[in-house]
Design a protein around this ligand. Structure first.
Ligand SMILES: Cc1ncc(COP(=O)(O)O)c(C=O)c1O
Length: 362
């Protein structure tokens, strides 16, 4: 008789893993600052809590496709309700886009480093991940390198805008070059709400049917645990996503929470202000210490501390021991160790981070 493992699809054993074990540690140690995940440190408002409480009372019923909510979201981008598919956080887009476009052996082009969930989800469909390093220095996308990697097996391209972990926006002209390939292009705008002065790239959908956008409420809106996101695309693209998404993929409580916060933009603005103020403070403090922080546009700052001679592991360990704060491990970039990423937390946690960098690097 065959052993159980022989029944599984082969890519189950070859795909990279997304290691989420840090979450178990963080929940088990609530006195440690969670500055390693791109979460929002501010809990939902009473308005959101009330909406969720009302929705749970109808929790015996299956949710519908929430046309009113899709209409509201569509209007934010001058699109219609049928240009919007709702989902259970944008991780679901990451998963479903691979299943929509990749057959075993097909390729997706993205940068490295990138958000760590993308490669495993492609590999779990038997897809091949082609990763092009960010440019040295400004850590912008290597547009020539990515375009040059296109071949007949390329079925999908990913641009995170602003990028994670570098935090930079791509130039419009460069983005258009990807649109014009005609290859399905995911523009992930998970962090754009931190800088709404950079307009959404949603209008590109009208010109380029191969383009779709992925948006989440996990970041500026603070819904990482509530789970809510959406895809924007042509009706044909949205139909395809809806076919691949499970029906009732978004629960009633998440939809009610989304509706409540979208009706209350002050809540989002307050959270954005808290984040952006601390990002500025971190930036100037890190600079003063001779480190090289990247002027990031999300809720995270990539820091180049390679000039200190400390390894990333040493820095992360010291932060835990000295101030009980988790920082994000960033692998080697261009062969160098000593990068880490930090996300602003609550004021008190951020004070601990400032004390840490001053005592450790000062
Ligand atoms: C670029 C990017 N996209 C998507 C996600 C996933 O977000 P969620 O599934 O919480 O919506 C993240 C999370 O950090 C991210 O960095």
């Amino acid at each position: 008789m065959k052993e159980l493992k022989e029944w599984f699809v082969p890519w189950l054993f070859t795909a990279r893993e997304y290691d989420a074990s840090i979450l178990d540690k963080a929940w088990a140690n609530p006195d440690y600052g969670r500055l390693m995940l791109n979460e929002n440190p501010i809990p939902p408002s009473e308005k959101v809590v009330k909406a969720v409480t009302e929705a749970v009372k109808k929790g015996n019923r299956y949710p519908d496709s929430m046309k009113a909510l899709r209409t509201k979201i569509g209007k934010m981008y001058e699109l219609g309700p049928d240009n919007v598919a709702l989902c259970n956080g944008s991780s679901e887009v990451i998963d479903v886009m691979m299943r929509l476009f990749l057959q075993p052996g097909d390729e997706i082009i993205m940068s490295t480093p990138t958000f760590g969930l993308f490669p495993p989800r492609a590999e779990l469909c038997g897809g091949k991940v082609v990763q092009i390093p960010l440019r040295e220095g400004d850590l912008q996308y290597d547009v020539e390198g990515m375009l040059g990697a296109i071949n007949e097996k390329t079925k999908l391209i990913l641009i995170i805008n602003p990028n994670n972990p570098s935090g930079v926006f791509i130039d419009d002209a460069d983005l258009k070059r990807f649109c014009e390939t005609g290859i399905p292009l995911c523009i992930d705008e998970a962090y754009r709400d931190y800088h709404p002065e950079f307009s959404s790239k949603a209008p590109l959908i009208k010109e380029y049917p191969n383009v779709f956008l992925s948006v989440t409420l996990s970041k500026a809106h603070g819904f990482a645990g509530i789970r809510f996101g959406y895809v924007l695309g042509t009706e044909e693209m949205i139909n395809a996503f809806n076919t691949m998404f499970l029906p009732w993929n978004v629960n009633l409580m998440s939809m009610a929470a989304a509706e409540a916060i979208l009706d209350n933009p002050e809540e989002i603005q307050e959270k954005v202000k808290h984040n952006n103020n601390w990002m500025d403070t971190f930036y100037s403090e890190l600079k003063k210490l001779g480190l090289n922080p990247f002027k990031a546009h999300g809720n995270y700052m990539l820091v180049d501390a390679t000039m200190t001679g400390k390894t990333t592991s040493e820095i992360l360990q010291a932060a835990l021991e000295m101030e009980k704060i988790y920082l994000k491990r960033i692998g080697e970039i261009h062969g160098k160790t000593g990068y880490f990423r930090v996300t602003p937390g609550l004021d008190e946690e951020n004070e601990r981070f400032m004390r840490f960098i001053n005592n450790y690097f000062g």
